[in-house]
Design a protein around this ligand. Structure first.
Ligand SMILES: Cc1cc2nc3c(=O)[nH]c(=O)nc-3n(C[C@H](O)[C@H](O)[C@H](O)COP(=O)(O)OP(=O)(O)OC[C@H]3O[C@@H](n4cnc5c(N)ncnc54)[C@H](O)[C@@H]3O)c2cc1C
Length: 594
């Protein structure tokens, strides 16, 4: 089943939940006016469908291979990467000062979804590059920007993010990679990093590594970490490539999924020290890295959406073809396509509705990010930045959890054929699995949401979000369309559950932090369900207005209605897990040997 980018649904979501129309009217999305957004997405769709999707399977089957310190990517990938740069796709959001198009994050969110639906292992390389550009642009010296940024923006040189070490994963306090000051103002880096995505490959001439390391006199813990830019090849004054730097790939992991993406062990300083330059200030490296990680967290959330979308398209096509049994309302003599069985319908609608909800959350997060950069009024800018901060962990963790569930349901829809590799459904499930783990595990995202984001502006940011959820639901109540009006009650109950769980969390944070942490994951899920359901309601209202005779609009309403009736009721159970479940978690140490 070929991938078809759902450009109309993407546009619809951008308009109804991410503020595209309002932004065009207000001027901060002037660059997306007059059909510019549709035109760009249509071009991106062609590249995703025709160039990236066809090499997805061979990336899975061949994988990236290491020999003599060199990594070879799968057949056709190097050429596709060349076309990626030529098309300008690496430079959508970057500043025009460095050759970028300077377009909004919202448009890049839709593009990111497409790249990852088509070929997640390929798309992961530029995904990290976007974050690296943000970090270098925000924190590096002008001299470093002059040498590196244009080529990082164009994609001529790719970038990596080097945090993880064997004893420093979620917790960077234990980070051991060393940096030493050199008299010429540069630094020498020594140590090993593991799990470095595209740490080595053959798609470009140079690779720019962003590396966290510790200076000899640095304070202990995360307050003593600095960020360094370490190129694979040093760069001469005229911009040409010079000597090979002392950084090497010592291994490539064998993984469950994303085989086309080389996950590398990187060794720095084996032969006297890798030459690096400081980005930002000494000992302030983690803050710089967070610039990169925040951008990457939303993008990883979009990977969840992307794989959900791809798996849903795939499962739908299979279910329309595969015939087994007779459906309850069958009028034919023989077997019916399985799409007519109520249980298969339930699976397919779950896939569609969960995908739509996670897309809405991710695009709304991107919209808030744009407003935080593009608005001029200081108070509105701050409110947008806080909304972005609140929604980012939900976008990352909810969408990637959904990605795992939806791709797994996709295998189920295929029956036994889902479990064998032939249909491709299994690859989506394997590829999706990592997205809940990297860029801060989903458990860490839930902790971030509860401990850092709920307290923003004294709890007002989350209260404003809940008020906005309620506004969407109130708009359903007066509707004369029964399908819309019927959603108000279950979505309203989900909003009430979120409001009560939020009050509980804000109280528990001060009084019983272990209880707040125990309930963080179900709380994040509850947040995603209440927010996602109300976004689908906004989409359904707009679809009703523009005419249910259009099958795409009828499908949007059906998706929202299914969500309200079948998924939103789970909110009450999640609320109880948050408000009543903590002691059963925290007193069970004997059971798990903690
Ligand atoms: C394919 C792949 C690509 C990657 N790419 C990169 C990359 O490019 N650059 C890079 O630097 N890293 C990369 N990583 C590393 C990735 O970010 C880490 O694996 C991830 O952050 C988790 O760290 P860990 O594996 O050490 O797990 P751990 O930190 O050991 O976590 C194990 C479990 O314990 C939980 N846990 C840990 N601490 C806490 C806590 N305080 N509270 C509650 N639960 C906790 C976690 O949620 C998890 O479930 C990659 C990993 C993979 C597999």
């Amino acid at each position: 089943m070929a991938y078809r980018a759902p450009v109309d649904d993407m546009m619809f979501t951008m308009r109804q939940v991410a503020g595209l129309e309002e932004g065009i009217a207000a001027g901060h999305y002037a660059d997306l006016a007059d059909g510019a957004a549709e035109a760009l997405l249509s071009e991106a769709a062609k590249f995703a469908e025709n160039r990236l999707a066809p090499i997805n399977r061979n990336g899975d089957q061949h994988g990236a291979k290491l020999a003599d310190g060199h990594v070879t990517t799968s057949p056709g990938w190097r050429e596709a990467y060349g076309q990626w740069i030529e098309g300008g796709w690496n430079a959508v959001t970057a500043s025009p000062d460095h050759g970028g198009m300077g377009l909004p994050h919202l448009i890049n969110a839709a593009c990111t979804e497409m790249w990852n639906s088509a070929n997640m292992a390929f798309a992961l390389c530029p995904l990290l590059g976007f974050g690296a550009v943000d970090a270098v642009e925000a924190h590096a010296s002008d001299a470093l920007k002059k040498i590196y940024l244009d080529k990082m923006v164009s994609g001529e040189w790719t970038s990596t993010m080097n945090l993880t070490e064997p004893s420093a994963g979620s917790d960077l306090n234990a980070l051991r990679t060393r940096a030493e000051r050199h008299p010429d103002g540069s630094y020498r880096i020594f140590g090993s990093k593991i799990f470095i995505t595209y740490g080595e490959h053959d798609m470009t001439d140079n690779i720019v590594h962003l590396v966290l390391a510790r200076l000899p006199d640095a304070p202990a813990g995360t307050r003593g970490i600095s960020l360094f830019l370490v190129p694979k090849f040093l760069v001469n004054a005229d911009g040409s490539l010079g000597a090979r730097n002392d950084v090497h790939c010592a291994g490539v992991e064998h993984k469950l999924g994303i085989h086309g993406s080389p996950t590398c062990t990187m060794v720095y300083g084996d032969k006297g020290g890798a030459i690096g330059w400081l980005v930002g200030q000494e000992n302030k490296g983690l803050a710089c890295m967070f610039t990169m990680m925040n951008s990457a967290r939303l993008s990883v959330g979009l990977q969840g959406v992307a794989l959900s979308e791809r798996a849903t398209q795939h499962a739908l096509a299979y279910a329309r073809e595969r015939k087994q049994g007779r459906a309850p309302d069958s009028t034919t003599q023989g077997m019916d396509p399985i799409v007519h069985h109520p249980d298969v319908k339930r699976m397919l609608l779950t896939m569609r509705a969960m995908t739509d909800a996670s897309r809405a959350i991710c695009y709304a997060t991107a919209g808030a990010l744009d407003r935080s950069h593009r608005l001029t009024d200081a108070a509105a800018k701050k409110a947008a930045a806080e909304r972005n901060a609140l929604l980012t962990p939900v976008a990352k963790a909810f969408s990637t959890d959904i990605g795992n569930e939806v791709t797994s349901i996709g295998v189920q829809v295929h029956g036994g054929m889902g479990f064998v590799e032939e249909t491709g459904a299994a690859q989506f499930m394997r590829d999706a699995r990592i997205a809940g783990i990297y860029e801060g595990t989903n458990g860490i995202q839930a902790i971030d949401l509860v401990t850092r984001k709920l307290p923003l502006s004294g709890g007002q940011t989350v209260k404003d979000e809940i008020a906005s959820i309620r506004e969407s639901i109130e708009a359903l109540r007066g509707s004369n369309a029964p399908a819309l009006a019927e959603m108000a009650a279950p979505l309203g109950e989900a909003a009430d559950a979120l409001a009560r769980a939020t009050d509980y969390m804000l109280g528990a944070l001060g009084a019983a932090p272990a209880d707040a942490l125990a309930g963080a994951a179900p709380y994040l899920r509850l947040f995603g369900i209440a927010r996602g359901g109300s976004f689908l309601a906004d989409i359904a209202r707009a679809a009703h207005k523009s005419g249910e005779s259009d099958p795409a609009n009828a499908a949007r309403i059906a998706s929202a209605r299914f969500f309200a009736r079948n998924i939103a009721p789970g909110a009450r159970g999640l609320e109880l897990a948050v408000t009543e479940g903590a002691s059963s978690v925290n007193v069970a140490d004997a059971m798990i040997g903690a």
